[in-house]
Design a protein around this ligand. Structure first.
Ligand SMILES: *[C@@H]1O[C@H](CO)[C@@H](O)[C@H](O)[C@H]1NC(C)=O
Length: 281
């Protein structure tokens, strides 16, 4: 019995020695071997790269966000698309707008979704047509996005709210669902560059995508007349006391919207391409 167990010990020892010889057990520096996925300032590496400190505190929500969100559809019904913005963590004040999508995103080829973000305004474009402009007014304060941003594309399950307010859930019998992204264009002022930030901003402010010429305003009005189905600006149920200072179109009368911000108009669904002047790209 004793002899058998000694043999086993010896075998294990030999195995361990062989493993130690095969593996490089020297530490991998944090900047060479690891990439932080999230955590921001709560993840701090030591100067020599040998250790990392993770800090726990109360989460301060201060992020900025501009969105295009395709809200899916149910069989036989058109798609809806939503735009939204948050600034400095203003997630309690969602500025959502929803529209009938005048195109079928799954079959009618590639569509272009664009956002022009300048210090003075934000313009959302669908296939070259401006569909929403948020003009910055001083009383918006930090609600107007002003931090360096990056582009983030994803697909997620919004069953709790997206399709008819959460009435229709994702049916995973049809999974996997796919969102295809191509031809990403990103241009503007590089947040990490200190070279000529003013010059860059002037270029941005005077760029075609940021300047709302009268013809573009007309195209935007036309789109909104036809396709806007909801705007937080008119939602007196969700926002009993909150006033959005940039909502300057209330003079046009609230009577075409329900108290909860939904348009009373029967909006048109159309598969015809959007109309816009060739000068607008
Ligand atoms: C952003 O929000 C924080 C509080 O969450 C506040 O202290 C700060 O002043 C805000 N920044 C701006 C630019 O409004």
């Amino acid at each position: 019995m004793a002899a058998a167990s000694a043999l086993l010990m010896a075998a294990l020892a030999v195995f361990a020695a062989a493993a130690a010889a095969a593996l490089d057990t020297s530490p991998v520096p944090f900047d060479a071997g690891y990439a932080p996925l999230f955590g921001g300032d709560n993840l701090v590496r030591s100067a020599d790269g040998r250790s990392v400190t993770l800090k726990l505190d109360r989460y301060t929500e201060n992020h900025d966000e501009l969105d295009f969100e395709l809200l899916g559809n149910r069989r036989g019904h058109g798609w809806r698309v939503q735009t939204n913005m948050y600034g400095n963590g203003s997630t309690a004040r969602g500025r959502e707008e929803r529209y009938h999508l005048p195109v079928e995103p799954t079959v009618a080829g590639v569509h272009r979704y664009a956002i022009a973000w300048t210090p003075n305004n934000i313009v959302f474009y669908l296939d070259g047509v401006p569909i929403r402009e948020v003009v910055r007014v001083p009383s918006m304060g930090g609600d107007f996005p002003s931090k360096p941003m990056s582009v983030y594309a994803t697909i997620w399950d919004g069953s709790a709210w997206a399709t008819d307010g959460g009435k229709y859930k994702v049916d995973y019998a049809y999974a996997p669902f796919a969102a295809e992204f191509s031809d990403l264009v990103l241009s503007g002022c590089d947040a990490s560059s200190v070279a000529d930030p003013e010059g860059c901003q002037v270029d941005l402010l005077t760029h075609d995508v940021a300047v709302m010429a009268p013809s573009k305003r007309a195209a935007m009005r036309g789109f909104r007349e036809q396709y806007l189905t909801y705007t937080a600006c008119r939602d007196r149920v969700r926002y009993k006391t909150t006033v959005f200072p940039e909502c300057d179109d209330l003079a046009n009368g609230d009577s075409s919207f329900h108290l909860w911000g939904e348009s009373k108009k029967k909006r048109r669904r159309s598969s015809s391409p959007l109309q816009y002047s060739s000068s607008m790209q």
